[in-house]
Design a protein around this ligand. Structure first.
Ligand code: SAM
Length: 360
């Protein structure tokens, strides 16, 4: 009986993915063909939320009350993630970022990364972390195959760190950054969510760090998403306004973007060892060059951070879908990638999901 139902579900699934492709006048492309969406964007980057659990409770990210964490069986299992990555890489995905939640709190994450790094054709695995557990894991991470890190840090003041994140862990994060520097991770990017009236008095100090340290400091515009208790329009500050605040440090010279660089517009202060980046999802949309696909912690494929349209891969993986069927679902998700997003300081647009599940 169960196997009949599964067979029926699989048939429906295969048909659905096939229909989406044929509606678009397409079939599963031969292996090695670049993945391209309906707006001629080449999709080569998969971001994976390994878990929705986090050891911080940042006010702008985590709902402060009533947060429901996923049960273990709801999380995509490591072997399921590895299968999706193998298939995605066979289709043309070249770069993976592990995020969350906090990826380093998931059990056995290092063994998982080692297996991930063995996937033929995948040479670029990156990690986004809040840094709390980084000092302990940095060496093992490097040995497992990660060389590029993004570390989130919104303040250089320990008491303020505790106010924003709910945890007294600034020293641990700072130790993690120092350890990563010592071990030669390159690049190390520090992500700062720009919060007017909360950390804007520190932007100069953050940018000044780049004079001596080869870090990329990246200011991210605060977005009205993720069930944030903190969001209100008055706390939003645009990249342009941040640049104005940095003027006392001298001119910012544009740095040429590299091929696999993200959405940041990057600049350098005269003589600086590092650089300053601006990620401006609100004031300066970068949808026309978005190359990303996301896998949420519960196994949904999401073609745009800021659109709730998702494809349930977990159901298909657990009901015996073939590799060909999973590939068809990946392609269908890419073909449904929206042209652009609709968030603004006045609206969360079509994004109501929890950031930690989607993977920021
Ligand atoms: N735990 C990891 C970390 O802290 O980097 C990864 C997950 S976290 C959700 C990823 C990034 O999303 C962080 O840099 C965080 O600051 C950013 N983020 C979360 N909510 C945001 C919001 N409402 N607006 C802008 N950035 C946000």
């Amino acid at each position: 009986m169960t196997s009949k139902i599964i067979k029926h579900e699989r048939q429906a699934m295969k048909q659905e993915a096939g229909e989406e492709l044929s509606e678009a006048g397409l079939s599963v492309p031969p292996m090695g063909t670049p993945l391209t969406d309906m707006f001629a964007r080449s999709i080569s980057y998969l971001r994976i939320s390994l878990t929705d659990h986090c050891n911080l409770r940042c006010q702008y990210c985590t709902p402060q009350e009533g947060r429901i964490k996923l049960a273990n069986e709801e999380l995509l299992r490591y072997e399921e993630i590895l299968r999706v990555v193998r298939l995605a890489v066979s289709l043309g995905i070249k770069k993976i970022r592990l995020t969350g939640g906090e990826p380093l709190v998931r059990r056995e994450v290092l063994s998982f990364i080692k297996e991930l790094a063995q996937i033929p054709g995948l040479n670029d695995i990156r990690l986004t972390t809040n840094g709390v557990l980084l000092a302990d894991h940095a060496e093992a991470l490097r040995d497992a195959g990660i060389s590029k890190l993004n570390i989130s840090l919104d303040t250089l003041i320990p008491e303020r760190f505790q106010q924003i994140t709910g945890v007294d862990a600034f020293a641990k994060v700072w130790a993690g950054i120092s350890k990563a520097r010592e071990l030669g991770f390159n690049p190390i990017k520090l992500n700062i969510v720009a919060l007017k009236g909360i950390n804007d008095d520190e932007f100069i100090d953050f940018a000044r760090l780049t004079l001596m340290e080869p870090l990329q400091i990246r200011f991210i515009e605060f977005m009205p998403i993720g069930a944030s208790a903190l969001w209100d329009k008055s706390k939003y500050i645009s990249s342009q306004e941040i640049m104005e605040l940095l003027k006392p440090l001298g001119p910012l010279a544009p740095v040429e973007a590299k091929r696999m660089d993200g959405p940041a517009r990057v600049y350098r202060l005269a003589g600086a060892a590092g650089s300053v980046g601006f990620i401006s999802p609100i004031s300066h949309h970068f949808c026309d060059r978005c190359n990303r696909l996301r896998l949420t912690s519960e196994g949904r494929l999401r073609s745009c951070l800021l659109s709730d349209q998702e494809t349930d891969l977990r159901g298909s993986l657990r009901s015996g879908a073939s590799d060909e069927e999973i590939r068809a679902l990946i392609i269908a998700a890419i073909l449904s990638k929206p042209k652009g997003h609709t968030i603004s300081p006045d609206s969360a647009g079509d994004c109501h999901g929890q950031m930690s599940r989607i993977g920021g």
